[in-house]
Structure formats: C-alpha cells, structure tokens
Design a binder for this molecule. Structure first.
Ligand code: AMP
Ligand code: GLY
Length: 425
C-alpha cells in the first residue's frame, strides 16, 4: 500500500515510524514531514492545511490511505474531500471533527449524553460573561470556543485573571473567530490523563492511557504549551478506571455522535481530569495527541495499518490491540522561549550518538535540514526523546541520559517528566 501522513510534528514522525513497520506499507509519504521523517519516508512539500494540494497529490500518486495528524485540516473537512475523491482517510469528517473544533458544542453534547464533565455556561458577549465570572468567583476556567492551538484556555486563579481572559477573547479578539463565544466552567482539581481510542463509528478499540505535561515549567508551572512530555501507560488509569472510561465516556460519545448524525470515525482522544477517583472530560480531540502518540506507539505491537484500515472500513469489531509490557517516557526538547517567541535555525548535535542507544527513540518535531545538510531547529517543540523499559524509573532514566548527548543553542526541557507516575506505581 501507499500511505501518506499529513503533518510535520513529533506525532506525525511517531505515526510514520509505526506505519513503516507494517507489512502492508510499501511506500510512505509525509506532507510536509520534518528532518526525522525524511529518513523513513518521502517528504512532500505540501502544508497540512493545503487540502486542495493534498487531495491532488493523493489522487495523482494513487495513495491508498491518508492518515491525518493535526486537528486543523480535520476541522476544515480534509476527510470529506479525500473521500469524495475516492481516497481512504483516517480521521473524522468535518461534521464529527466539531467535537474538538467547538467547545460549546461539546459541552452541550456531554450534558445530553450524561458524560461526566465540569459544570459550565456558554456566553457570546463580554458583559454577561464578566457578570457570570463575578457571580461565581475564582478559581474558574475560561475557554475560547474554537480551535486555538491549545492556547485558548485560561485557568484563572483570580477573578481579575478571568476577566482579562474574557477581554483578550471578546475585545482584543486574540483568537479571531474562535473567540466569538466562550465556555466558562468550574475549576476541577485533580490529575489529568489522556485516553485515546480508535473508532469505526460504532465500535471502539482503546489504547493504553497516557499522561501529558502541558505547562512549560517543572511542577506544572508557567503557561500551557502543546505538551512538554508524556508517558504511557499512565498508572493513574488502573483497570477499573479504564473500564469506567470506556463505558461512561468513550462508548457514550461514539453512540451519541451517531445519534447526532455525526458518525465518528478515526481516533477519539478524551482529555480527562481525575478528581477523587472519578474522571471528568475536559475536552475531546478529534485525532492522536501530541506528545502522547510519541509515548504510546512505541509500545504497540499490533500492525497499526491493519487497525487503521479496519477503522476506516467500519470493521473494528473483533480486533484487539497488543502492547509491550513496558513503560515509555517521552521528554520534549523545546526552543528556549517557547511557547512565546523563540529563534529557529540552531544546529542540533548529538543525534548520531543517541541513535546507537538501545531502548531510546528520538521523534523529530520542529526540525529541518539546512542547505549544508545539518539538522536545525525549525519550531517551538523540536525533538521528543523516548525511553523504554519494563521498569518505569529506568525508562525515565534512559530518556534523560540520552538527552545529555543532545544539544542546540537555548535548548530547554522539563526535568520532571514522569514524576507524577510514582505515586500510582
Ligand atoms: P482543554 O483544552 O479544554 O483541555 O484545556 C487545556 C488545559 O486547561 C487542560 O489540559 C487542563 O490542564 C486545564 N483545564 C481545562 N479545563 C479545566 C477545568 N475545568 N479545571 C481545571 N483545569 C482545566
Ligand atoms: N497533548 C495535547 C494534545 O494533543 O492536544
């Protein structure tokens, strides 16, 4: 088969790595990919949101399966366009991708199908939203309705902070159209987990749980990022919790989407807050997580292409996933300054030495080859270093030991990725 992965981050490198292992994969493309994917696939210089060009490429090259990484093309309807052209694609259609693209849709949906989530109200103007914040007090959470690259959510510790977030959204229009509406919700105190499933529209196939680390600094301090590291399986999600999530969150969501006439095919990702032993949905994403995918996929033993095809063909019933009995710890190496401003074009050294290590995988994110053939930084999140071991502590140590070999100017990473797992092990 000819397979194309859309996107160019760490998630897409991990997808390409796993797809490449499949006996079903003869030729692999990444659009646009990065320096890492160029070693295992053919990079094609088409942006992930350039849907017209992607469809033309897939048609011209007779691609058998397109795997879509990021949310934006999904929300724009890339899967509808590919299917119209007769090309199989992994991911929900536009009407189902709304589960990530509109927080107000999703909150109403969660309520309707009795899926546990935080109490909330939706507003379309500053004054009413401000009055609501003042009546509820802090802490409180303000969320811009639409896609905002993970930056549209403010967990406000004070009323002033919440009102400032509302000003940013409604008055300064910081998120453009995504900020025509806000969801304001109750603050939930607990620990987060990410739970991903494949769904063919009716059946689900759960993956192992992971835990992301969104804030930029150690101890979850500082502003939220796309994710500074992840590990899997996350022991906070024990067997009993997993069953609860499958029955009360994932199955209800898939049944609900079908009832809404928005049949959901692809990967559904629930961002959960676990409070007093009970999971609440903070958000749904219509795709694989980043960096969760970099932690989850190295542990998957099953052929991912077989599963992806069964997902797309509505045929998941009877499948199960096989996992290695190991842990993975993925640490993100970022450009100093991220998630605010940062420089690009820094030469990365040491990757050759890391390649020689056992049980360590490096997935590239914002990297590219410069004209001299050097691998240079090309984004906020640059590399994902994954350590693998049967013992959690060893997996963490392998990742951090490997990082000591890598360097680029102003390289920054959190030094506490995985520490939260210990209290559950
Ligand atoms: P979201 O994009 O909705 O998942 O929100 C981004 C991040 O904000 C989450 O990963 C949480 O860390 C935090 N967050 C969102 N909603 C809440 C909530 N109701 N209570 C506490 N933290 C939250
Ligand atoms: N790791 C967060 C996300 O993929 O949205």
């Amino acid at each position: 088969m000819k397979i194309a992965v859309v996107g160019g981050g760490g998630r897409e490198h991990a997808l390409a790595y796993k797809i490449k292992q499949s006996k079903l994969c003869d030729k692999l493309y990444c659009l646009p990919g990065n320096a890492g994917t160029s070693k295992i696939a053919k990079n094609v210089n088409i942006g992930a949101e350039d849907i017209e060009k992607i469809v033309k490429f897939a048609r011209d090259e007779k691609i058998d399966l397109v795997v879509v990484g990021p949310e934006n093309p999904l929300a724009l309807g890339i899967v509808d366009e590919l299917e119209n052209a007769g090309i199989k694609a992994l991911g929900p259609k536009k009407d189902a991708a709304i589960i990530e693209a509109s927080k107000s849709f999703t909150k109403e949906f969660l309520k309707k199908y009795s899926i546990p989530t935080a109490e909330y109200e939706t507003f379309d103007n500053f004054n009413d939203a401000k009055s609501y914040v003042q009546s509820k007090g802090a802490p409180i959470v303000v969320k811009a309705d639409g896609l905002a690259a993970g930056k549209g959510v403010t967990v406000a510790k004070t009323e002033e902070e919440a009102v400032k977030a509302l000003e940013d959204i409604f008055i300064k229009k910081r998120f453009g159209e995504a900020g025509n509406r806000v969801v304001i919700e109750e603050f939930l105190e607990g620990e987060e987990a990410s739970f991903l499933v494949f769904s063919d529209g009716e059946n689900i196939l759960p993956m192992i749980a992971a835990q992301d680390h969104k804030p930029v600094y150690n101890n979850d301090e500082g502003p939220n990022t796309g994710g500074m590291g992840a590990y899997a399986p996350a022991p906070i999600v024990n067997e009993e919790m997993q069953q609860y999530i499958i029955e009360n969150v994932m199955k209800r969501a898939i049944i609900g989407m079908k009832e809404e006439g928005r049949t959901y095919k692809g990967v559904l990702y629930a961002g959960l807050m676990i409070k007093n032993g009970k999971p609440y949905v903070l958000e749904f994403n219509c795709r694989f997580g980043d960096p969760e995918t970099q932690a989850i996929l190295p542990l998957l033993e099953s052929d991912i292409v077989e599963i992806m095809l069964a997902t797309v063909e509505g045929n998941l019933n009877g499948y199960s996933l096989k996992w290695k009995s190991e842990y993975s710890v993925c640490v993100v190496l970022a450009s100093g300054g991220y998630p605010l401003s940062y420089e690009k074009g820094k030469v990365i050294t040491g990757l050759d030495n890391v390649e020689k290590l056992d049980d360590v995988i490096v997935f590239h994110a914002g990297t590219k080859l410069d004209e001299k053939g050097n691998i240079v930084t090309n984004g906020g999140r640059v590399l994902n270093v994954v350590g693998l071991d049967e013992d959690f502590k060893e997996a963490q140590k392998k990742a951090y030991d490997a990082i000591k070999l890598i360097n680029f100017d102003k390289m920054y990473y959190r030094t506490d990725i995985g520490n939260k797992a210990y209290k559950h092990l």
